[in-house]
Ligand binder design. Sequence first.
Ligand code: XIL
Length: 447
Amino acid sequence: MRSLRTGLPLAALVTGAALLLSAPAAHAADTPLRDLAAAKGKVVGTAVTGSELTGGYGDIAGAQFSSLTPGNAMKWGTVEPTQGSFDWTEADQIVAFAQAHNQQVRGHTLVWHSQNPSWLTNGTWTSAQLGSLLQNHISTEVGRYKGEIAAWDVVNEPFNEDGTYRSTLWYTGLGANYIAQALTWAHAADPAAKLYINDYNVEGVNAKSTALYNLVKSLRAAGVPIDGVGLQAHLILGQVPATLQQNIQRFADLGVDVAITELDVRMALPADATKLAQQKADFKSVVAACVAVTRCVNVTVWGFTDADSWVPGTFPGYGAATPYDENYAPKPAYYGVAEALGGTTTTPPTGACSATYGVTSQWNTGFTGQVTIACTGTALSSWRASWTYGAGQQLTQAWNATCTQSGAAVTCTNASYNGTVPDGGSVTFGFNASWSGSNPVPVVTLG
Ligand code: XIL
């Protein structure tokens, strides 16, 4: 069993735990994804937000994954919001967390048309100026993390859907050669890092992926340092391309590595058991395609929890795109990933309800707490939540539930109006209690 390591100061750990501590997660008895992946010679990763890397989020990120990708922290607009003034806070934090948890870091991303600082995009630059700005950016950022980044997404999203080059400030200002230049500069700054070109809608064989294929082939022939291609894999439910494995294989046959860099599978909300079962199949087939090709080295999900996913904000009406729900309970998709990595699941992947206990405020003699009961892939029509207080805490009042305490044992049942917990939904009740000495968080049992 992997030990709990957060790499955080005790104060941060206690705060995180007090705010959000789940009942034993359904996956607790299963082998972590990172161990399953390692047994297959693969790395399994997730995009992360640095500020979230505490409490339950940090526990899962550290325990389940062997690679982290900063979701935004290493983008140009984040690291150099004002020309010449740098902010590496979040990027440093993620790198430190990864090192404390024996994880790789995928650097993301150096050359892109999006999320650039406004001083850059609003400026008027000659081609020579633009080239030296880019070179300087790459040397500074790659140099800062030299030896600490396993792979860089050097160039992100260079192609249009028809396989022509996207007209970005880089393409317009520097010509198609900006790609070779960027790779060359990155290699000079960290010769050990694997250098990737990353794009979306290049998962199957199509005009865009063929353009990428031809580019990689010509870069290899010209001796440009290119080590891999990233297939983002922002997919729609039920639409995993049938040619995914064939496409991965053709890149591998060029002599480069392949990574699935940003996997998520979005669905029209609300989620239900049928959609979640399809999503499980989709995650499983993507991971299986990577497992089947030796040079496919890494599968990374773009956020492991629905609480930290770009999908709802970017695709209105869509969501539930990641392997864990918003309460950090594993969804069927989690088990799809585990199964594709050779794991056997100990929890029926049809659905589960979980109870999360949290202390929302605490003062010298008392505290306010809450319990959230959440269901995914199944539903409840009534509920009972019980726990045992370990340090003499005593309930004084409850709302949105009927609670009794006998000795240390607390039992709460639903009120007349909130017995139903729908598939994909949750119910929260609250309470006040007294404490003295210590206030340890109990494990809540549902049933
Ligand atoms: C997304 C982030 O997840 C969001 O938080 C941000 O607002 C926009 O960018 N392709 C990429 C990623 O390469 O960098 C994008 O990340 C998602 C699409």
